[in-house]
Ligand binder design. Structure first.
Ligand code: MN
Length: 338
């Protein structure tokens, strides 16, 4: 029974975010996750890496080495890697290009055009200049026209009717491909790019999500195996440290937190000022924690230049929303996303 192993956005970088909170800089955790992936996908004969392998377009040698040695661990398997937005430039170049020079006959690097290999179609992230279009709608149309019917599609683009945390991809300012249109052309669609793993309604489109916890309050990280015959997908929970951001927490908010998690407490409720003993008591059992007290200024003069410097990002967004007449809630959720 032949299986395809699916790995979502890896975003390899020198050190994982929040590494300053952990004694070893999250090095052991990174190794644990990668070892888990290699071991879990041992029985797959094909591996698809869905893009944003690199977090950046230009990378120090340490990061390049990390990427190459990770891919080399799938020795003997066919490996397909598509390029993501984090690693590709507007002119169609990608941080992954150098992998072709390694000249491994088992590696297929797809960076700047749609490629069809047997019953698998690969769509890397394509910029508007690459697509020779001026706006996102034209980009969507062009890609949909170029995609020909096949069994499976692997892509690094947003798909409509999915969620990036609490935001619908339908309001994204980028090329978004229509879920129903894709499902007419393919029996199975597997996407990267969006970091929240999810199976869309009907079960034909799966978003793998990202591999490492890099933001506060991210929940579930997975990899997938697909049975090539039945197209049935099975997901496997990845290990990794959870990062929590707690605002003005009470004792009960700490119940779900593991002692090995990273916890960042933000206190901005003036009522809690001087009453932090219960919070500090809860934090005692959590090794990796910080507590930030950030009380709002009582007096806000929005139009005086000097005062703006003292405003919180949220306050500044409120002013921006008011001036530009946009929904402040949308801005806040966008901020959360960043
Ligand atoms: Mn991406």
């Amino acid at each position: 029974m032949s299986k395809i192993g699916i790995i979502g956005d890896l975003h390899f970088r020198e050190t994982l975010p929040y590494s300053e909170y952990v004694e070893d800089g999250r090095v052991a955790e990174e190794k644990e996750v990668l070892d888990f992936i290699v071991k879990t996908l041992e029985d797959c004969d094909e591996i698809v890496i869905l893009g944003d392998v690199f977090d950046k377009k230009n990378n120090p040698s340490k990061v390049i080495t990390k990427v190459v040695s990770f891919i080399k661990r799938f020795d003997g398997k066919k490996v397909y890697i598509i390029s993501g937005n984090h690693e590709s430039t507007a002119d169609g170049k990608s941080a992954l290009d150098f992998l072709r020079k390694i000249n491994n006959p088992n590696w297929n690097i797809v960076t700047n055009k749609i490629e069809v290999i047997g019953d698998m179609t690969f769509l890397p992230y394509m910029t508007k200049p690459e697509l020779e279009v001026d706006d996102d709608t034209a980009g969507t149309k062009k890609i949909m026209k170029e995609l020909k019917k096949n069994k499976m599609l692997f892509l690094h683009h947003a798909i409509s009717d999915s969620m990036a945390r609490s935001i619908s991809t339908n309001i994204f300012n980028e090329v978004v491909l229509p879920k129903t249109g894709l499902e007419k052309k393919f029996d199975l669609v597997v996407g990267g790019h969006i970091h929240t793993p999810q199976v869309l309604t009907g079960g034909k489109t799966i978003i793998a999500g990202s591999v490492f916890n890099v933001e506060a309050n991210e929940k579930k990280k997975i990899i997938l195996k697909i049975d090539k015959k039945t197209l049935k997908a099975t997901d496997y929970d990845l290990p990794g440290i959870s990062i929590h951001r707690l605002e003005n927490p009470s004792a009960s908010d700490f119940k779900k937190i593991d002692k090995n998690d990273i916890v960042r407490v933000v206190i901005n409720d003036p009522k809690m000022k001087g009453n932090l003993a219960p919070v500090k008591k809860e934090l005692e059992r959590i090794e990796m924690n910080t507590i930030l007290e950030q009380y709002p200024k009582t007096r806000k003069k929005t139009h005086a230049k000097g005062d703006l410097l003292n405003l919180s990002v949220k306050d500044l967004l409120k002013i921006y929303a008011k001036e530009r007449k946009v929904d402040e809630k949308k801005l806040f959720s966008a901020l959360e996303l960043i």
